[in-house]
Every structure is written in structure tokens, then in C-alpha cells.
Design a protein around this ligand. Structure first.
Ligand code: ASP
Ligand code: MG
Length: 412
């Protein structure tokens, strides 16, 4: 008998029929003898609909009222799911975030969980009930309703699993696991049996949108085993867990992530003196623009070129800032390119294998793809290339690192 926290996303509870199907599923776990706590999102499209209503009235409503509004989506689902469970002879009780007491800070629309009171939940589980908790919401010290940011139900699920020391936190969604890369780009992309928290964080922050990044961070911090599964197809899904000490021959590369939302800017002919990097990037960060990769070379003469990447939406704004800064610094000119993409190979196996970077570069060279920027971390190598070569690059790397379906030897 296990204690399982299950989180169902918006599409999984998108209609009354689906809510009934989720109830069937939960009931099956109960009949096996497991204790089940369910976290649900709002029915699909509902949160967006509510935000639309708000915008019809006011361009920038106060965050407090936004939270009162958008938290209602989840409240509908918890009640409906409990009805569906009760109808099946599976006693269930719903809780809003404030009823559980999921205590958060007061940062409306992006609140962070501080503490979870598990008393009510434990009482219900003991009495043989399924507990259904509204995802995405909490309450601050003063009793104001807060929400955790878009996609926040994942975080609720993980936080509850951590607080209850659950055996597993299962995230049910509309895909059957985490893939080696986007199957829309590479046909042979394959579901991973297992991935580490660290790898998942890199994959998630690089754009595979299966899980909210904060939820993965949280799960890693509290070592909550997470499993991503399809809501309505049977299968083991993907387990996200800690790295095993002596994992049998892990693949060197676990997955390939990519991101099209990048833009690159270069200030040419910057005087090579102390303080330049901060004088260029200071105003950029003051404008709340997030910088990703940064590259500055050693100067041969007394000037150097300074390159960095930002989100494509911030390209124009950054460019304007740089024009100004460049004039102040006496730099030569500012050039940029917003038709670039970032491709990254990710894998903890990199730590113990040499030659991964050179294999990546050789693979791209074979396809005549020019690498514009490179950055690395312990378990990731990213390159910036022209966007038009993105698919070619991802496919080439996927097969070079033997991730294609057919080439995988059985994991048993
Ligand atoms: N309903 C919220 C959203 O759409 C939270 C969630 O689904 O995780 O962002
Ligand atoms: Mg979601």
C-alpha cells in the first residue's frame, strides 16, 4: 500500500466525461489499497477564459483580484471530481488551497509555498477518503487567496507529495512521458524510462514544456520521485528521480532540447577596459531583460566584441538600449540577429565521458551548420545556430548520439 499524489492537468479534466474517467482511474488505485491525494487544474481553457473576462473590464486589474478570480477554475474541478468519486462509492472530499492551508507568501500571481498543514488531509486518508485538492492556489498569512503562477498545479502536486512524504507524485497529462526530443521534429524520438531532476530541469528550461520548472526544482530539492504519465493511456511514463550511484551504462546524452525564441546582439569594437561588461549589461538588466548566453573574446588590439542572447521578444528593446550604451562607450557599432535558435544536448553521462562536445560539433559540421555561440554546463552543451537549420541539427544530433528509437537496446 502506497501513498500517491496524482495531479491531473487541464486537458485531463477538460469535460465532465473526462472527470468521470479520472474518477474511474482514482478508484482503481483505491481498490488496489493505495491512499490517494488528487490535485487538479482548472478545466482546459478555463483559466484563460477567466483572464479574458478580467481584461474586458480592466487592462491591469490588481493582482489580488486576479487571484480571487483565477483560483475559481480549480474550485469547480475539485467539486466535480469529488461528486464523480462519491457516485462510484469512493468517498472523497475536496479542499481549496486555503482549506488545506497551503500557506504562501503574499506575492500574488507568483506566490511561493511556505508551509502545508497536512492535518486535514491525513485525517481524511485515515478515514478511507480520497482527498482532492485545488492546484495552483494557496493563501497568505492574512487569508488572501494567492496563486502560484501559470502551470502552478504541478507545484501544488509536488509540494503536497513532499509534505506528505508520498511514495510518488504522478503527473497525468496529454503525453505519455518525457521524450528524448520533440517528436514533431524527430520521428524516432523516444520516451525516456528515467531522467534525473537535473536533466529534467535543463530540458524544461530549454523548452520542453511537460512540467512547470518550479515543480521540478521543488521535487529535486525534496527528492520527491515524480512520474509523468498519460491520463488515458496505460504505460509506465517517465520517472524523474535522483541519479543512481552505479547506474548501468547510462547513455551519454539523455535528450536534446531546443529553443527558437532567441535573439543575438553584438556590440562591436568595445574598448577592452574594466567595467565594460557591466556597463553594457547593467542597463539591460535594469530594463528587466533576461540575458542568456554571453560571449566576450580576448582583445588583440585595444577593443573587443561583446555578444549576448536575449528572448526574441526583447530584441528591439535591447537593441535600442545598446545603441545608447555603445555611443557612450565609444564602441564601433551594434549588430544583431533574431533568426537564431539554441540547440542543447543534455545528459549526466557527460560528466564521465570525454569527447561529447567534439562529437556534437563534428555532427553539426557534417551538415554544414555554422555554430555561432557555444556555452556549456556540467551536464549540457548549447549552441546557437541559424534558425533555418534547427530541424536538421536536432535530427543529426539525435541520431549521432544514438537516441533514435531503433538504435536503443532493451533497458531490461
Ligand atoms: N489553471 C492554471 C493554469 O492554467 C494552473 C495549472 O493548470 O497548472 O495556469
Ligand atoms: Mg499544466
Amino acid at each position: 500500500m502506497a501513498l500517491i499524489v496524482q495531479k491531473y492537468g487541464g486537458t485531463s479534466v477538460g469535460t465532465v466525461e473526462r472527470i468521470e474517467a479520472v474518477a474511474e482511474k482514482v478508484k482503481a488505485f483505491r481498490e488496489r489499497g493505495d491512499d490517494v491525494v488528487v490535485v487538479v487544474s482548472a478545466m482546459s481553457g478555463e483559466t484563460n477564459r477567466l483572464i479574458g473576462l478580467a481584461k474586458d473590464i480592466q487592462d491591469t486589474p490588481t493582482p489580488r483580484e486576479m487571484d480571487v478570480l483565477v483560483s475559481t477554475g480549480e474550485q469547480v474541478t475539485i467539486a466535480l471530481l469529488c461528486m464523480a468519486l462519491n457516485k462510484r462509492g469512493c468517498p472523497a472530499r475536496s479542499y481549496t488551497g486555503s482549506q488545506v492551508r497551503i500557506l504562501t507568501d503574499d506575492a500574488h500571481m507568483k506566490a511561493r509555498i511556505r508551509d502545508i498543514d497536512d492535518e486535514n488531509i491525513r485525517g481524511d486518508l485515515k478515514a478511507g477518503r480520497v482527498v482532492v485538492v485545488a492546484g495552483f492556489q494557496g493563501v497568505d498569512e492574512k487569508g488572501n487567496i494567492t496563486t502560484l503562477g501559470r502551470g502552478g498545479s504541478d507545484t501544488t502536486g509536488v509540494a503536497l507529495a513532499a509534505a506528505l512524504k508520498a511514495d510518488e507524485c504522478q503527473i497525468y497529462t496529454d503525453v505519455d512521458g518525457v521524450y528524448t526530443t520533440d517528436p514533431r521534429v524527430v520521428e524516432g524520438a523516444r520516451r525516456m524510462e528515467k531522467i534525473t531532476f537535473e536533466e529534467m530541469l535543463e530540458m524544461a528550461s530549454l523548452g520542453s514544456k511537460v512540467l512547470q520548472i518550479r515543480a521540478v526544482e521543488f521535487a529535486g530539492k525534496y527528492k520527491v520521485p515524480l512520474r509523468v504519465l498519460h491520463s488515458f493511456q496505460d504505460g509506465p511514463g517517465t520517472l524523474i528521480t535522483i541519479e543512481e550511484e552505479n547506474a548501468v551504462e547510462k547513455p551519454v546524452i539523455s535528450g536534446i532540447a531546443f529553443n527558437r525564441d532567441e535573439a543575438k546582439l553584438t556590440v562591436l569594437g568595445v574598448p577592452d577596459i574594466p567595467g565594460v561588461a557591466s556597463r553594457i549589461l547593467g542597463p539591460v538588466s535594469d530594463a528587466n531583460i533576461e540575458v542568456d548566453m554571453i560571449l566576450q573574446n580576448v582583445a588583440e588590439d585595444k577593443t573587443t566584441d561583446f555578444t549576448f542572447t536575449v528572448h526574441r521578444n526583447d530584441y528591439e528593446r535591447t537593441s535600442e538600449i545598446l545603441q545608447r550604451v555603445s555611443a557612450e562607450l565609444g564602441a564601433k557599432e551594434v549588430v544583431g540577429d533574431n533568426k537564431i535558435a539554441k540547440v542543447s544536448i543534455v545528459g549526466v553521462g557527460m560528466r564521465s565521458h570525454a569527447g561529447v562536445a567534439s562529437k556534437m560539433f563534428a555532427t553539426l559540421a557534417k551538415e554544414s551548420i555554422n555554430i555561432q555561440l557555444i556555452s556549456t554546463s556540467e551536464i549540457k552543451i548549447s549552441v546557437i545556430i541559424a534558425e533555418k537549420y534547427l530541424e536538421l541539427a536536432v535530427r543529426g544530433l539525435h541520431s549521432a548520439f544514438e537516441l533514435d528509437e531503433a538504435e536503443v537496446v532493451s533497458e531490461s
